[in-house]
Design a binder for this molecule. Structure first.
Ligand code: TYD
Length: 132
């Protein structure tokens, strides 16, 4: 399994840094929804689901966390620790975010609206779904 990462360009000058996210340019889809996760705790992992159709990009705009991706065959872990690092979560990728730093703000861009029916929150159901 290859994890697709995106190196976002930093537009900086003496006043500070800036990163721009543009649909179908540096973000590989139409962005329909943005949400962010904050106020997390290092010992409280979250995620534990896969989507049937949703494409997402995760960016730790502040702090850091660990992302585990599992395609049902292989598991890979990656640390999100920079606002210029985007990680693509494609459909059918079981994912778990953990080891949040206390200051972590994890921003998620998605190509569709929130839809609970797109979630698989049971690991066995996920495995069954990808094998069928
Ligand atoms: P959930 O997807 O379970 O969070 P995580 O994957 O980070 O553990 O979402 C937590 C709650 O928020 C759940 O009740 C669904 C709701 N929610 C929305 O209403 N809209 C959204 O865009 C998202 C991502 C979640």
């Amino acid at each position: 399994m290859d994890i697709e990462t995106i190196k976002l360009s930093i537009l900086g000058d003496v006043r500070g840094q800036l990163i721009s996210l543009e649909a179908n340019k540096n973000i590989p889809f139409n962005i329909k929804r943005v949400y962010y996760i904050f106020g997390t705790m290092p010992n409280v992992p979250r995620g534990f689901h896969a989507h049937k159709n949703l494409n997402q990009v995760l960016i730790a705009v502040k702090g850091q966390c660990t992302l585990l991706l599992d395609d049902g065959t292989e598991k890979k872990e990656l640390i999100l620790n920079s606002p210029d690092l985007g990680v693509v979560i494609p459909p059918l990728a079981w994912h778990v975010m953990s080891q949040f730093s206390p200051d972590c703000i994890l921003m998620c861009l998605a190509d569709d609206y929130y839809d609970e029916s797109d979630y698989m929150r049971d690991y066995d159901e996920f495995i069954e779904y990808i094998r069928s």
